[in-house]
Design a protein around this ligand. Structure first.
Ligand code: HEM
Length: 504
């Protein structure tokens, strides 16, 4: 022991250790994008404050459009303008198609076999098979076509009835919006809608908010799971999450079991669960090993959960922004009303075929999406292998964080980006135009899988409400500003009341 100590304390040994550390440090950090220093173990996270997207945007002045920082122990590359996001997500689409690791994320997709399942977290070939099948199924189910439109219009009509009942009395619209949006996903996955007052339905909607809250608040717990056992904020968050998660997964599991007993093989009547179960049977009889692996029970379970999670909060937030903006901009509302009256009328519901007749309404929706910036960082990605991006080395499995606010507010891309100007989405002939840097659903191979559905929902809900109502700020009520927001995974306005008047 004494002999060992004397070797360790030899100056030559200490020099060797220090040199080895310097070489290791140099190799680890060589040619990384520059960036701010953070705290030991915690990294730069504690400095980001309540509005991280703004803090990151400000760092652009110092470090440019790509920089690195540590979030906990994880090297994170911030893509802070369109050029940087495009260089990663389009020009090196396959390499940047991974999902960042994290304790809660992994917990939310770990099967009983200890492996990752489900489209939102899978990578490589399994993710490709899962995604291809989901997109194909959505097409078969009529996404962007009549079948799903009928369901959305049914919900839109229901929302109009609920709004009409409240005419003259101010109310919080979020519970109605979240229920109609959730019902669209329920029809897609389970083949049925729920009564808005059904306690189980309301419970899964609330659980979804709790789960989103956990993802937002988990922060250091993603890297240091042990924190969930310490009394205090993390333990409370973890407990709430577990209750919400188990209940949600239990609900999805029950729906799957019911479908197994009454499987629809006919494409016309099938929903996503039926389609998956049919495919599962097919691949278990004659599919390759990897196909069989992609269609396991837990892939279905987590996909159904992911569709609900990803498809309700984001669309609810978008609709909430839309209503709030209309109350702040009555003149824009007037122009929409005039466009509708002139080109569609009021005696039938507005459908997707009317989009071409309502370019101004379409432009307003896009401008709300740009300023609402509902998914400020998308869903964190990672690079599957080491690569070079804009001249910098990006080590394998770095966290990749696109700051979409930086794109939406870039004065080089948008004239006067802070101002609400729907006309920026119209060309000189008055037709809708969308620049490639308009990316509310992200871009590249891993962009939002529900984009077509979300676009359809937002347009149909928004247009059909405005066709019938004028939205007004209640009298003697201080309407929250459009800069007041709550950021979970998605960013939405703080709760606000609305007053609707049937148009005369
Ligand atoms: C306004 C509404 C929506 C917005 C703003 C939105 C935005 C996004 C964004 C930014 C991503 C991350 C993409 C990336 O990694 O680059 C994403 C992923 C995803 N979204 Fe959406 N989304 C919306 C609605 C929906 C709907 C309605 C569904 C379901 C039908 C859905 C399902 C998904 C899924 C499953 C993923 C993960 C895809 C993958 O990992 O391959 N989203 N979404």
């Amino acid at each position: 022991m004494i002999q060992l100590l004397s070797i360790l304390l030899q100056p030559s040994f200490l020099v060797l250790v220090v040199t080895a550390f310097c070489v290791w440090y140099y190799l680890k950090h060589r040619n990384l994008p520059p960036g701010p220093r953070g705290l030991p173990l915690l990294g730069y996270g504690p400095y980001l404050g309540p509005s991280p997207q703004d803090a990151l945007y400000d760092l652009r002045k110092q470090y440019g459009n790509i920089f690195s920082m540590y979030l906990g122990p994880n090297l994170t590359i911030v893509l802070n303008d369109y050029k940087a996001i495009k260089a990663a997500y389009i020009d090196q689409a396959d390499i940047f198609s991974g999902r960042a690791d994290g304790f809660i994320r992994t917990h939310a997709s770990a099967g009983s076999d200890g492996e990752i399942h489900g489209i939102a977290t899978l990578e490589g070939e399994l993710w490709k098979i899962s995604r291809r099948f989901m997109l194909q199924t959505f097409r078969n189910l009529g996404m962007g076509k009549n079948r799903i439109q009928e369901q959305i219009l049914e919900e839109a009509d229901y929302m109009r009835d609920l709004f009409a009942k409240s005419t003259g009395t101010p109310f919080y619209p979020r519970p109605i919006i979240s229920a109609i949006v959730a019902n669209v996903i329920c029809v897609l996955c389970y083949g049925r809608r729920f009564d808005h007052n059904d306690p189980i339905f309301r419970e899964i909607i609330n659980d979804n908010v709790t789960i989103a809250d956990t993802f937002a608040q988990a922060g250091p717990m993603q890297s240091y799971p042990i924190l969930r056992f310490l009394p205090g904020k993390f333990l409370t968050t973890w407990r709430k999450y577990k209750v919400a998660w188990n209940r949600t997964i239990g609900f999805c599991g029950k729906e799957i079991e019911t479908h197994k007993k009454n499987l629809q093989q006919n494409e016309e009547d099938a929903d996503y669960i039926d389609a998956f179960l049919n495919q599962q049977k097919k691949v278990s009889a004659s599919g390759s090993e990897i196909e069989q692996k992609a269609f396991q029970h837990e892939d279905l379970l987590f996909n159904v959960r992911a569709l609900f999670g990803a498809g309700t909060e984001t669309t609810t937030a978008s609709m909430s922004w839309a209503f709030l903006y209309m109350m702040h901009y009555p003149d824009v509302q007037k122009k929409i009303h005039a466009e509708m009256d002139e080109n569609v009328g009021r005696d039938r519901l507005i459908t997707v075929d009317d989009r071409v007749k309502l370019p101004y309404t379409e432009a307003v929706v896009r401008e709300i999406q740009r300023l609402g910036n509902v998914a400020p960082f998308g869903v964190l990605r990672c690079n599957l292998e080491e690569t070079t991006l804009l001249g910098y080395r990006i080590p394998k499995r770095s966290f990749i964080l696109p700051n979409f606010l930086a794109v939406n507010m870039d004065p080089k891309l948008w004239d006067n980006p802070e101002s609400f100007q729907p006309e920026r989405f119209l060309d000189k002939h008055g037709k809708v135009t969308e620049p490639p840097y308009f990316m509310p659903f992200s871009i590249g191979k891993r962009a939002c899988v529900g984009e077509a559905l979300a676009r359809m929902e937002i347009f149909l809900f928004f247009a059909n409400i405005l066709q019938k109502f004028r939205l007004e700020a209640p009298k003697d009520y201080k309407l929250p500003g459009i800069n007041q927001k709550i950021v979970r995974i998605s960013s939405e306005p703080v709760p606000f009341k609305i007053q609707v008047c049937v148009r005369d």
